[in-house]
Design a protein around this ligand. Structure first.
Ligand SMILES: *Cc1c(COP(=O)(O)O)cnc(C)c1O
Length: 229
């Protein structure tokens, strides 16, 4: 999909959402999974409220953002009009933003180091708010990418629980762009299974069907719904 400007995007996004929904339903059926076992996170990063509104109007209620500041500047106005929206932070988190992140988000997919665990534990305690937490796994061990190396995952998950008292609900991964994603999804699922974690945040616009086949419970889909960024 290519678009010359923002207006056709907002007009097309409900249709694009329906197409993504159909693809998720098909992937669930192929994998003999219940559609309700997969949450579609519509990734609205970089898109303004006028592009997001038609997608909310079409019934979507779960959205993903990758920056705390951007989310703070556009979502409170939308959530005051549309109740029942869940916001997921899918991008990197700095410790000094943990307070705002816990206040704004219903889920955080980027837990990836002790300083973040500490900051989140403090805010969860003081705000009495419990966002769903995912530990990000750097399955490709890419130096520029956030996340825990697969070999360090079990120890990190144990320290989340034992040192910081955090309840981790699942794992998240972003496979390397230049590799087939299936092995990365399978590795993430394997680490989750051996640590007793139920949730798997994996799959984006190009590969969410593959991710569902390999057990994804949360797919993060941006451009296939909103158009190119
Ligand atoms: C932007 C982003 C997505 C969505 O990517 P698309 O290819 O547009 O679907 C998913 N996950 C993360 C972590 C992202 O930053």
């Amino acid at each position: 999909m290519t678009h010359a400007n923002a207006s056709p995007l907002t007009a097309d996004s409900p249709n694009a959402l329906a197409a993504v929904e159909a693809e998720i339903a098909r992937a669930c059926k192929d994998a003999r999974r219940d559609r309700a076992s997969v949450t579609l996170i519509a990734v609205s990063k970089t898109f303004a409220a006028d592009a997001i509104t038609p997608v909310i109007e079409a019934g979507q209620r779960v959205f993903g953002e990758n920056r705390v500041q951007e989310a703070r500047s556009k979502w409170p106005a939308l959530t005051s009009v549309y109740p029942g929206i869940a916001l997921h932070l899918i991008g990197p988190l700095q410790s000094n933003k943990a307070k705002e992140a816990v206040a704004l988000f219903d889920a955080i997919h980027s837990v990836d180091r002790p300083s973040i665990c500490q900051a989140l534990a403090k805010e969860i305690e003081s705000q009495k708010k419990h966002p769903q937490l995912f530990v990000q796994i750097n399955t490709g061990e890419e130096p520029q990418k956030a996340g825990i190396a697969p070999g360090d995952a079990d120890a990190f998950l144990a320290s989340c629980r034992d040192t910081y008292g955090l309840q981790i609900s699942g794992l998240m991964c972003i496979p390397p762009v230049d590799e087939p994603p299936a092995a990365h999804f399978a590795l993430t699922a394997k680490i989750a299974a051996r640590n007793g974690l139920q949730n798997l945040s994996m799959g984006m616009s190009a590969d969410f069907a593959t991710a569902i086949a390999l057990g994804a419970t949360h797919v993060r889909v941006g451009s296939a719904i909103f158009g190119h960024r």
